[in-house]
Design a protein around this ligand. Sequence first.
Ligand code: ATP
Length: 257
Amino acid sequence: MAKESVLTLTGVSKSFARADTNEVVDALSNIDLTVKSGEFVSIVGPSGCGKSTILRLVSGLLSPTIGTIELSGEKISGTSPNRGMAFQKPTLFPWLTVKRNVGFSMKMRGTYQENQHKIDDLLDMAGLGEFKDSYPAQLSGGMAQRVSLLRTMINEPEIFLLDEPLGALDAFTRMNMQDELLNMWQKKKNMMLMVTHDVEEAVYMGTRVIVMAPRPGRIIKDMAIDLPYPRNRSSQELTDYRNEILELLNYGKHEKN
Ligand SMILES: Nc1ncnc2c1ncn2[C@@H]1O[C@H](COP(=O)(O)OP(=O)(O)OP(=O)(O)O)[C@@H](O)[C@H]1O
């Protein structure tokens, strides 16, 4: 079980200077957000509203221009295996087997041998046990993405940052992966922050959905999805939440024009 922790973003703004025009882009403006372990927070919003920037700030890859980001009272500075990030495209080492890819961080720390069982268990849980000695080129796209997610999961991060992790998968694999991620989260009770373009996925998975608007990137709604798990994908309640969010996103468009 992941340790109890609280993530707080207080008055966070992030600006970038565009290299080509020197123009300043206000990617995020005055973001206040508190997330506790055990919460699954989905982040939705139009392209360019700063969703990935939030994840990169929490991962420590970026630091805020204004404001503070703390994990259980300690300022985040720099990356940590406690804050694991997974991306849309699988990032695997082609010359390592599936098992060695998943155990890569342990190899680096010199703890691979003692953790072999743990890696095998995780691979079995994700239906990849038979493929542990295969190489990435021998896997389907969905399998490679699962291996990539396991590589982050194995570290049992306090915060799991997911940037469109299922975006490139076919619909069927995507639904299976959604359920696998939910299983993992329910066992570990860690903190999940997931960016997605798919509003249905956001409400199906999240305990909360953060809805954002662009220019400058900001939070327009923090919506609790008050439904028990396992959820029914076709329930009226989920559809109602989805429609409410789609309306908010549409409202954002009118506001800009
Ligand atoms: N390193 C950077 N340099 C300059 N501008 C950047 C940089 N990173 C992000 N931006 C700008 O900040 C804004 C927010 O980008 P971000 O990638 O966070 O948006 P997003 O909501 O994740 O978009 P998408 O859904 O298209 O992935 C965009 O206008 C983007 O062009």
